[in-house]
Design a binder for this molecule. Structure first.
Ligand code: 8X3
Length: 257
C-alpha cells in the first residue's frame, strides 16, 4: 500500500454479512471504502459505523447486474486499488428435477455476471493503481456439488472459472486475483435467502455446529490476502469452520429435543 494517497477499496454486497465485515476491516487497514449494494439504508448504516470508528467510507447504491449502473460506479471513483466481488448468494434448495430456471438465472446473474461487470468496469483503474487486487468471494460450492445446491453450485463454479481465467489473462499486469472460498459461514441472511425466508430451516443449517464461521472470519482472511506484499498472489483460499471437514461432513453437538 503506497503512503502517497489513500487507497480505495470497492466492496460489493457491502450492506451485510461478509461484505459489511470486510468493509469494516479494510477501513481499519486504512482504505477508503466504497460500499456498493442495492439497499441504500444498509450501506448508509455501515458507512456511518465505519466513520464513527474513525474510518473512511461512502455508500454507493448499486445492483451489480445493471451494467450501466456499474459503469457509473466505476466512473465515480477517483481510483481503485482493491475490488471485493462479494455480491451474490443462493436462492432455493430444490433438486434439479424441480428447480426453477428463474432462480438459476438470478444466481448466475448476481454471482457470475455481477463479478464480471464490476471487474471489467474497474479494471482500468485497478491497473492504473499500479498495484491492484481483485478478490472474488466464491464458495466451497465452487468446486463441489451437493443435492439441492445445483443452481448455486453452478454459479459458484462459474465465479471460480472467472477468477482463474482473469488471473491468467492479467499475468504480467499489476493486478492480483485472489479467490476466497468460504464453507459454512453463519451470517444474518445467507441461509435465510436460500430458504426463501424460512427462519426455522435456515437456523437448522447451523444447529449444533460448534462455532460456524462468522463474517468477520472471512473478512480477516480477505484482509490478510489483500495486505500481503504486492508480489504475493494468494490464488485460492478454502476456509471452513473446524466442525466442517467437507461439505457433508459436519460435526453437530447433540441438540436438546
Ligand atoms: C456457502 C457454502 O456449504 O452452503 O457458500 O454451499 S455452502
Amino acid at each position: 500500500m503506497s503512503g502517497e494517497h489513500t487507497p480505495v477499496a470497492v466492496v460489493t454486497g457491502a450492506g451485510s454479512g461478509i461484505g459489511a465485515a470486510t468493509s469494516h476491516r479494510l477501513a481499519t487497514e486504512g482504505y477508503h471504502v466504497v460500499l456498493a449494494a442495492r439497499r441504500t439504508d444498509r450501506i448508509e448504516a455501515v458507512a456511518k459505523e465505519i466513520r464513527a470508528q474513525g474510518g473512511s467510507a461512502e455508500p454507493h447504491p448499486l445492483d451489480v447486474t445493471d451494467r450501466d449502473a456499474v459503469t457509473a460506479l466505476a466512473a465515480s471513483v477517483e481510483r481503485c486499488d482493491v475490488l471485493i466481488n462479494n455480491a451474490g448468494g443462493a436462492i432455493g434448495t430444490e433438486q434439479v428435477e424441480d428447480a426453477d430456471s428463474a432462480d438459476w438465472r438470478t444466481m448466475y446473474e448476481t454471482n457470475v455476471l455481477g463479478s464480471l461487470h464490476v471487474s471489467q468496469a474497474l479494471l482500468p483503474k485497478l491497473i492504473d493503481s499500479g498495484d491492484g487486487t481483485i478478490v472474488v468471494i466464491s464458495s466451497t460450492a465452487g468446486f463441489t456439488v451437493y443435492e439441492g445446491g445445483g443452481g448455486y453450485s453452478a454459479a459458484k463454479h462459474g465465479q471460480h472459472a472467472l477468477a482463474g481465467t482473469l488471473r491468467m489473462e492479467l499475468c504480467g499486469r499489476p493486478v492480483r486475483v485472489v479467490e476466497v472460498a468460504p464453507g459454512m459461514v453463519h451470517t444474518e441472511e445467507f441461509s435465510l435467502n436460500r430458504y426463501r425466508g424460512d427462519e426455522k430451516k435456515s437456523a437448522a443449517v447451523y444447529a449444533g455446529v460448534d462455532q460456524p464461521l462468522l463474517a468477520e472470519d472471512i473478512a480477516d482472511v480477505v484482509s490478510w490476502a489483500v495486505t500481503r506484499p504486492s508480489h504475493v498472489n494468494v490464488d485460492f483460499l478454502v476456509v471452513r469452520p473446524r466442525a466442517q471437514a467437507a461439505q457433508h461432513k459436519v460435526h453437530r453437538l447433540e441438540q436438546p429435543r
